[in-house]
Design a protein around this ligand. Structure first.
Ligand code: DAK
Length: 259
């Protein structure tokens, strides 16, 4: 069994895998150890047929305060280009199951970026989103300039990246960055409930749906429509499609086989 030092991994309810970032002394700063452990745990849940949805969270005080600045201090362009620290974040984009970020407190820099790499974001009322890299003489390097701009639009993304303007939880909801905001006492439970809902559905349909929605960010409209149609046709080869439609016609609940 894999052991972790910087994250806690559990299954709080059937079907939902929870990963909790746990470097409180560094406000969950994302060094190469914690990101390696997060992505390894995600890959493990992705392969586990009993898990239908993954949740990434931190503590009530902090989701993550960004990449570890102390580790970055000695990193060079050459070591990054050679595949050293801070280069393997794209592992997360290959996770096929939906990932929900449950965010409370600071989600800054790489913390905001890793939340945006998730498929949905549930925030507590104390959540704060920002890209403060400009204060360090760098720019967001894990998708902040791209995913944030797609999520909130150019004007606000520019302001956030150029001036370290931060978004409160309510602003993040208003601008479409997060799905919902809840009081701090319940945000994690609400994320778990959302995860349970996702996990209760046909996992093969869920996987192809996530895949198709994500393509909207990468393809032209026509290419995206073709891609969507391809996934749609593929689902007509599954037992779950037959079961879902039969259950509707027979006025009963479907029993998913996930194949
Ligand atoms: N890195 C390392 N340590 C950090 C940290 C960070 N990002 N954030 C906080 N800490 C540490 C502090 O140094 C302090 O440690 P000690 O001094 O006690 O040893 C401890 O956590 C508590 O922090 P504070 O004393 O500062 O706590 P406050 O409540 O006063 O302030 C704060 C909280 C979150 C406002 C503040 O800590 C802060 O501004 N932190 C830095 C935020 C930041 O600038 N984040 C952006 C970092 S750059 C990439 C992948 C990722 C990235 C880039 C590329 N590739 C895949 C290519 C990402 C880059 C970034 O995120």
């Amino acid at each position: 069994m894999t052991t972790y030092e910087t994250i806690l991994v559990e299954t709080p309810v059937d079907g939902v895998g929870l990963i909790r970032m746990n470097r409180p002394q560094a406000l969950n700063a994302l060094n190469s150890q914690i990101t390696h452990e997060i992505f390894t745990a995600m890959e493990m849940f992705d392969r586990d047929p009993s898990i239908g949805c993954i949740i990434l969270t931190g503590s009530d005080r902090v989701f993550a305060a960004g990449a570890d600045i102390k580790q970055m201090l000695d990193t060079t362009a050459i070591t990054m280009m050679a595949g050293g620290d801070f280069t393997d974040w794209s592992r997360m984009t290959r996770i096929g199951k939906p990932i929900i970020a449950a965010v409370s407190g600071f989600a800054l820099g790489g913390g905001c970026e890793i939340a945006m790499m998730c498929d949905m974001i549930i925030a507590s009322e104390t959540a704060q989103f920002g890209q403060p890299e400009i204060n360090l003489g760098i720019l967001p390097g894990a998708g902040g300039t791209q995913r944030l701009t797609r999520a909130v639009g150019k004007a606000l993304a520019m302001e956030m990246c150029l001036t370290d303007r931060r978004l409160s939880a309510d602003e993040a909801k208003h601008y479409g960055l997060v799905n919902a905001v809840y009081p701090i006492e319940v945000y994690l439970n609400e994320a778990i409930k959302l995860g349970q809902k996702v996990a209760s559905l046909s996992q093969v349909a869920i996987r192809l749906t996530k895949d198709a929605v994500n393509k909207a960010f990468e393809l032209s409209l026509q290419e995206g429509l073709n891609y969507e149609k391809r996934n749609f046709y593929l689902l007509f080869g599954t037992e779950d499609r037959t079961e879902g439609m039969s259950a509707f016609v027979e006025k009963r609940k479907p029993v998913w086989k996930h194949k």
